[in-house]
Design a protein around this ligand. Structure first.
Ligand code: M6R
Length: 366
């Protein structure tokens, strides 16, 4: 049932070209620059007039929410707040009937996310769900929603569910942009055409596996790791750090690269590996100076770079290339090497990758 792979996690990492494709199948029409999300159709007016969107989720799904914030604000121009479901539910949050709450959950059974939904519903918000497990509890609590079509995810560490959630959030951002007219049809043609090619780019990113095994060999005995990224690369850094701590039990933290100088830089020495998302996009130059700061303190830099990059290659200890894509799609591709890296480190450390200690696949208690 692991399809020839040693672990479910690895199988699920490799399924991503497929699960991303399945999550957009029948929903995008690149030639016409159009999208169709049947779950959203009925609430089109709500989305058009929403004052803001609040995303609630936990763990990896919360990281997907942060990517969603970036995409929805960028393209649909609606203010977005992303909340940990567990905090939201106990904070007496201000919610009105003009608010849309998007709940994200792979399992559809997470207790805190369910409680957040119930609270927001009582206060009159429209609740929209992004879930993977058909027939689970959360889709029954929401007014409407869109399923991710990642297929069953068995490994406790979420991988293909994350990229499927990000895919669906991308569709929602583009859909709302379409109905609000915040993006031209011409631009949507361009974006959707590129989105359609993402599974192929993910396939290419997976080819870095052998190199990543070598890097994992170097990092496997580290006690700490720092993950840095900017813009939509920041949630990718958070997700990379969560994956590593969850399955390899190495302490890891994700930070927005520019925040390093406000504290974490004090940790950097020759024992501290720093994994940096340094792809060619709007923050490229800034990230380069962050890398220089790390190198000046003898930190070990592992950089995720755009294919063909030379500047970062000259500075970093290791570079992992990923194919070029529009900034909007960066998280879908840059996440892949980080999943592989934590997977291999955990295997080398002899950890139970699919069932890490103290964790369950669905957290049904608060
Ligand atoms: O099923 P959900 O998406 O609601 O689960 C949320 C978190 O418990 C989950 O993402 C958790 O953080 C994963 N183990 C991360 O890999």
């Amino acid at each position: 049932e692991k399809g020839g792979y040693d672990h479910f996690m690895l199988k699920e990492i490799y399924e991503q070209p497929r699960s991303i494709k399945d999550s957009m199948r029948g929903r995008i029409y690149p030639n016409e620059g159009k999208l169709q999300l049947s779950g959203l159709k009925q609430y089109e007016e709500k989305f058009k007039n929403a004052d803001r969107i609040i995303i609630v989720a936990c763990g990896t799904s919360w990281h997907a929410g942060l990517v969603g914030e970036y995409l929805i604000e960028e393209f649909a121009r609606v203010p977005v707040e992303v909340e940990y479901a567990s905090e939201f539910r106990y904070r007496n949050p201000i919610i009105s009937e003009k608010d849309i709450v998007i709940a994200i959950s792979q399992s559809g059974e997470t207790a805190d996310t369910m409680a957040a939904i119930e609270l927001a519903k009582e206060r009159g918000a429209t609740i929209f769900g992004i879930c993977n497990v058909v027939g689970s509890s959360i889709p029954r609590l929401t007014h409407a929603g869109v399923y991710t079509h990642a297929g069953p995810e068995i490994g406790v560490a979420s991988t293909k569910a994350f990229t499927a959630q990000v895919t669906v959030l991308t569709l929602i951002a583009f859909y709302v942009a379409q109905i609000k007219g915040t993006v031209t049809t011409g631009k949507l043609v361009e974006l959707l055409t590129e989105l359609e090619s993402i599974p192929t780019l993910v396939e290419k990113a997976l080819k870095a596996n052998d190199l990543i095994v070598k890097i994992a060999e170097e990092l496997k005995d580290s006690r700490n790791c720092l993950f840095l990224g900017r813009g939509s690369g920041f949630p990718v850094a958070l997700e990379g750090a969560l994956k590593l701590k969850e399955i390899s039990y190495i302490h890891a933290e994700g930070y927005p690269a520019a925040e390093m100088k406000h504290g974490p830089i004090a940790l950097i020495d020759a024992e501290m590996p720093v994994i940096v998302i340094a792809t060619k996009n709007s923050s490229y130059e800034k990230v380069i100076s962050n890398i220089q700061e790390v190198k000046a303190r003898k930190g070990i830099v592992i950089a995720i770079v755009t294919e063909g990059d030379t500047d970062v290659k000259n500075m970093a200890d290791y570079t992992i290339e990923i194919p070029h894509a529009d900034e909007a799609f960066l998280p879908l591709i840059a996440t892949i090497p980080l999943q592989l890296l934590s997977y291999h480190i955990a295997v080398m450390r002899g950890c139970n990758v699919d069932q890490p200690r103290n964790l369950a696949k669905s957290v049904t208690v608060e």
